[in-house]
Design a protein. Structure first.
Length: 257
């Protein structure tokens, strides 16, 4: 097969060959397992709501993620077999809650022994709580392994990857190169940043006015990734006022590298 000479910029700075420290590897794997369990729990909650819609029943009207709101939800379904199905779902959700609580407590205690300073700094960002801080901590591991901020946000899948040949850009590629867990963490952080911070909500409104909601969330996730990189390299807490004071209006609709 003939070599076309096409490469992606992200491939030039690919960090997938990094040798992860053995003393943290098992904790990272447990954290990934925790995320798997959380997704299964979310699927069960969605199944209850979908079943309700399937049988054209009135809205449940409760936030079922809260344990107290699930206690009598099965009684909402009149058909005995359907009611039993919901009881099974609720029982499984309760079990997942217990497991997740135990795993999350273990992970937070372990993180404080591995890198308590980074764990604390990450939580200074509005929207980044313990779980997202754990993901960013264990998936990036050592910020020093990324020489430039562009390398970090590329590894986090927060930029479009440019395709090059003979120094010329030929579009974008490589959407699946990088760390999917970090991409998820910063996407979640962007949504929660808006929800938990009034200055953040006002800042996002400017982005949304220029880019539209979907692309504005992408741009915000990218900017949070950059902010986290500089926070960790400079060993500083997040400066909200400095972040929102920076002009959000950029020429490109989505970041590229």
């Amino acid at each position: 097969m003939q070599d076309t000479g096409l490469i992606t910029v992200r491939e030039q700075h690919d960090h997938t060959g990094y040798v992860y420290p053995a003393e943290m590897r098992a904790t990272r794997d447990l954290l990934r397992r925790r995320c798997h369990l959380a997704r299964k729990r979310a699927e069960l909650l969605a199944h209850i709501h979908n079943t309700n819609s399937q049988y054209n029943l009135p809205e449940i009207g409760k936030r079922l993620a809260a344990k107290g709101n699930r206690e009598d939800v099965a009684e909402h379904f009149p058909a005995p077999s359907v009611r039993k199905t919901i009881e099974v779902d609720v029982s499984l959700i309760d079990h997942y809650d217990q497991l997740l609580g135990e795993v999350e407590l273990y992970l937070t205690r372990t993180a404080k022994t591995h890198d308590v300073q980074t764990f604390a700094r990450l939580q200074s960002v509005p929207g980044i709580g313990q779980i997202l801080a754990l993901v960013i901590l264990y998936e990036s591991q050592d910020i020093a392994r990324f020489p430039r901020v562009q390398d970090f946000v590329s590894y986090c899948r927060l930029v479009k990857c440019a395709k090059e040949s003979n120094g010329k850009r030929l579009g974008t590629s490589g959407k699946k190169i990088g760390n999917v867990h970090l991409r998820w963490a910063f996407a979640e952080a962007a949504v929660l940043f808006i929800r938990q911070s009034q200055p953040g909500k006002e800042y996002f409104a400017k982005l949304e006015h220029k880019h539209g909601k979907a692309k504005a969330l992408t741009v915000l996730a990218h900017k949070l990734g950059r902010a986290v990189y500089y926070m960790l390299t400079r060993e500083q807490a997040f400066d909200l006022q400095r972040f929102v004071a920076a002009s959000p209006l950029r020429r490109e609709t989505e970041p590229t590298v």
